[in-house]
Design a protein around this ligand. Sequence first.
Ligand code: SAM
Length: 291
Amino acid sequence: MSSQLDRTRALLRKYDFKTKKKYGQNFLVDEGVLRSIVDDAGVTKEDHVLEIGPGIGSMTRLLCEAAGHLTAVEIDEKLIPILREEMKEYDNFTLVEGDVLETDLWEIARSQGGREMTVVANLPYYITTPILMELMQKDLPVRSITVMVQKEVAERMQASPGTKAYGALSLAVQYYAKPVIMEEVPPSCFLPQPKVSSTVIRLERHTEPPVQVQSEKLLFDLIRDSFNQRRKTLANGLGNAGRTGLTKDEIRECIQKIGEKENVRGEALSLEQFAALADAILDFQKKKGES
Ligand code: SAM
């Protein structure tokens, strides 16, 4: 690790760069971990890789060597000239300056012929969930996502119904992909060191969603509303959110229709049951609209 740590320190000194907490800048300084993330992602010369938050480019270099093309999106304007200088020997590298949540990722995909992208990142922890939601819900041409996240977030992605870690993120991720935990990474592998342990997780996108549902939007609305009010029963949570246009009694009827008790909580429902509930609610809405 020391050589990558020395290289990072030397670069920070050379450019007089101070890491910023507000952008979640914990740079990876362990060569072995950097290499294994690139391996975990299974990057080949056929691939267009999207890296979110290249930092000072430690993983970016390795990705450029492994990939056909790499596009990196970095928000910190101070890192842009550093990356341009440090990456100038690579002609398969495109740098996009901006917030990944406001960047047109479809345009990035189109810039390389629209083929499916492989996303690889040591994500800034303050916006891990919004970034993953954006990637999954915009139905972007993405084949897989291999990311370093906070350990607890990785556990939430893999969690099963009825456990404490189970929630909207578990359901959204499992609808979209098969989450596979690759490795745990201690704080000592970063500069500066974060307070928490980290995990590399790979999301292999399903070719077909694991459950069929009439309205994906309604399914995701229900999931979000159910876990926004975690301590409430499902009927109260969905009723209070008011998005379905149904009364609490009507929602209870739908819940019973899928074979659950009317006072069930959202955290007890599997993805299949949420899909069945979304269909039951949609049917009720249609019936109500006709009468
Ligand atoms: N990839 C580098 C590494 O592994 O050493 C840096 C990882 S660091 C945890 C997160 C990076 O994401 C930083 O470079 C930070 O500036 C960048 N970042 C933070 N918020 C971002 C956003 N909204 N859009 C794009 N990049 C962002």
